[in-house]
Design a protein around this ligand. Structure first.
Ligand code: ATP
Length: 408
């Protein structure tokens, strides 16, 4: 029986086994910024690869893109981020803690019951400067979402690929938000990665495609092992919808702190393409050769967080068992996500022929999978270590005739 997983169980495992470290830890760290260690980088890469496979390689109606983090600042005026990408915040006059008004219940401080200040607006975009001449620099932003890189490249992609509607553009990459209310490990980071698809459709067909993407995205998480009871869809109420959205659902996961957003799926209508057309003067429109019409496509956007997906996969896979009165942790990860696919373990590391055979087996997987050799503990402990990080296959070399090794 696995007990309820706490966030600290996950963060302890991540630190202990090298999945995730606090960024610049030796200097005391920096709030809500994280580094992925030797196992974390593999897990995160596997999540991204599985997403890319499903969104690009397994389809015939999508393309990929890798747009830059820095963009002309006009982008963020057009998208509405300069004017309204802000959280409303209140401070507690007693304990001085800060809260987002949309996450508060009641009008008192949830920590100490103290009185709260009036709400203030706080823009979440990080600003920096471009240019090397003093006094001639220009303010630019670190992108707070990857989506806009797709919209501003709409004509480039259309002209180079000659796609017909419906078609999508997939992108993964870093995004930055100066989050105020942080905590909950990597769930709300200031630097994080997104996996976003902008799926362009003919106006009028948007509702059908919206329903399609709700199901398709839920299926992706289930196909990688997330248990049914840990995932749900929640539709945004009208007053909760972003300024560009006609409809929006959150895919919520049962994180240790409760149901929280893992991915958002929005019908962004033609808002972004129209705004960029208006402000840039470049017409981001589609010519429908079947009807001889020119129009602005609608867009359905499934937008997920890679760090939140990693946290969800770890949480879902985290199990404990008691063996001979001792509690052990193991990760029931889908093999496609496992950081290490095969561990080759010698029963006796003092026998050179066993060790040599182990290395031959490891070499056999070279270039295809992450495979490790480990002889730094007894065989039982070596197995437990691999169980704890979700390795699907362990190979133990127990005994071998020297002659056989020579023949290999
Ligand atoms: P929240 O309400 O939790 O702040 P959001 O609605 O602002 O999230 P979106 O703008 O819809 O988030 O971003 C799309 C996805 O990017 C989210 O579903 C989430 O997985 C991820 N994401 C957003 N902000 C962060 C963050 N600070 N840290 C990690 N992932 C994030």
């Amino acid at each position: 029986m696995t007990k309820k997983v706490e966030l600290k169980d996950i963060s302890n495992l991540c630190k202990r086994r090298g999945f995730i470290f606090q960024d610049s830890e030796i200097y005391g760290g920096i709030g809500s910024v994280w580094d992925y260690g030797p196992l974390g980088v593999e897990l995160k890469k596997n999540v991204k690869d599985e997403w890319w496979k499903r969104m690009v390689y397994e389809r015939n109606d999508t393309e990929g893109l890798d747009a830059a983090i820095l963009m002309n600042p006009e982008t963020w005026k057009a998208s509405g981020h300069v004017a309204s990408f802000a959280d409303l915040l209140v401070d507690c006059k007693g304990c001085k803690k800060r809260f987002r008004t949309d996450k508060l219940e009641g009008d008192k401080c949830p920590e100490c019951g103290g009185e709260l200040t009036e709400p203030r607006s706080f823009n979440l975009m990080f600003k920096t400067q471009v240019g090397s001449v003093e006094g001639k620099t220009e303010d630019v932003y670190l992108r707070p979402e990857t989506a806009q890189g797709i919209f501003v490249n709409f004509n480039n992609i259309l002209n180079t690929t000659r796609r017909k509607l419906p078609f999508g553009v997939a992108q993964t990459g870093k995004a930055f938000r100066n989050e105020i209310t942080t905590g909950n490990f990597t769930f709300r980071s200031r630097e994080f990665e997104q996996m976003e698809m902008e799926f362009f459709v003919k106006p009028g067909e948007d509702e059908k495609w919206y329903e399609y993407w709700l199901k398709e995205r839920m299926d992706w998480y289930f196909s990688l092992g997330i248990r049914k009871e840990n995932l749900r869809l929640r539709e945004h109420a009208k007053d909760e919808l972003a300024h560009y959205a006609k409809r929006c659902h959150d895919i919520e996961f049962m994180f240790p702190m409760g149901w929280s957003e893992l991915e958002g799926i929005a019908n962004r209508t033609d808002y972004d393409l129209k705004k960029h057309s208006e402000i840039s003067g470049e017409h981001l429109v589609y010519f429908d050769s079947a009807t001889n019409e020119r129009y602005t496509p609608y867009v359905i956007e499934p937008s997920g967080g890679i760090d939140r997906a990693v946290l969800a996969f770890l949480t879902d896979a985290y199990r404990t068992e008691t063996v001979r009165d001792r509690e052990r942790v193991y990760l029931a990860l889908d093999y496609r996500l496992s950081p290490i696919k095969v561990a080759v373990l010698p029963l006796l590391k003092k026998k050179p022929e066993i060790v040599e055979m182990c290395h031959k087996i490891r070499e056999g997987f070279k270039g295809r999978y992450r495979v490790v050799y480990d002889d730094t503990a007894s065989i039982g402990r070596l197995y437990r270590r691999q169980d704890e990080i979700g390795t699907p296959f362990c190979v133990t070399v127990m005994w071998i005739r020297w002659k056989t090794v020579k023949q290999l």
